[in-house]
Design a protein around this ligand. Sequence first.
Ligand SMILES: C[S@@+](CC[C@H](N)C(=O)[O-])C[C@H]1O[C@@H](n2cnc3c(N)ncnc32)[C@H](O)[C@@H]1O
Length: 266
Amino acid sequence: MADPFQDVDAAGEEFIAAFADSMDARQSDPKMESIVASYLSKLKFAEGSLTVEVGAGAGAVTRRIAAKAEPEQVMAFEPSSGFVREARERAKQHTNVTFEVADGTALPLDDHSVCNLIMHTVLTHVVDPVPLLQEARRVLKSDGCLVVCDADFSKASLSNSANDPLDACARAFVNEFVTDPHIVAKMRSLMTATDFEVTDFDVQSRTVADNEQMLPWVEETAKRMLERGEIGEELFCGLVAEYKRRAAAGTLYGHQVFATAIAKLS
Ligand SMILES: C[S@@+](CC[C@H](N)C(=O)[O-])C[C@H]1O[C@@H](n2cnc3c(N)ncnc32)[C@H](O)[C@@H]1O
């Protein structure tokens, strides 16, 4: 089944509402907060500057960017009109940010008009990242800064032991909700090939240990296995119950790797 993040509107309203909440929960995780804080601390938000986020989803990261850039302007672009609607609703307290429907390959921006451009967990969901990087290059000023933060889903795990049945949900998640699980390994060479010079490359681990962080994904992947007839109702309930049991017992150990590349035009 295709990664639903390639066409979120086609995935339907239930998906949009659930994953808008899930991405907000991910951003409130202290580890994700520190990953975002770290790259935002390396950017300049000079007077009159414009910062752009591409693939903004429901605006979980955009709100962090807007708070940091304030009072300077932030424009967030997202191909899903459903996510843009959610994002506008959730960002009402920020007066320096706008959300528009646009694909990262065709931004409604002039050449060399942007100071900072951020893509947070976007390239792992596209078939070809090169046109998005080329478009970032087109709109960035000559002294502009590109930030690409993504998950290395090839290393994602929910496993506590060999043959851990709960890890089936992590593998199903990578198979069904990710387009390129190896994007992080390719990130620096893709940026170099599109005429960026990578100035900073930082890799950080994130541990998933409570219900809020991954439960919706376990429920969704187990539901899909149930709907396809791969497992029965008992195992569906068992996988979800096992995730909750470990979270309550303090033994849940989900592992994800995130990498951030910061680049300037070469
Ligand atoms: C996992 S979500 C991340 C959303 C947001 N950056 C966050 O971290 O909360 C991936 C996002 O990439 C967007 N996306 C997928 N293909 C895209 C493209 N060609 N151009 C721009 N965004 C795209 C999806 O619509 C989705 O909102």
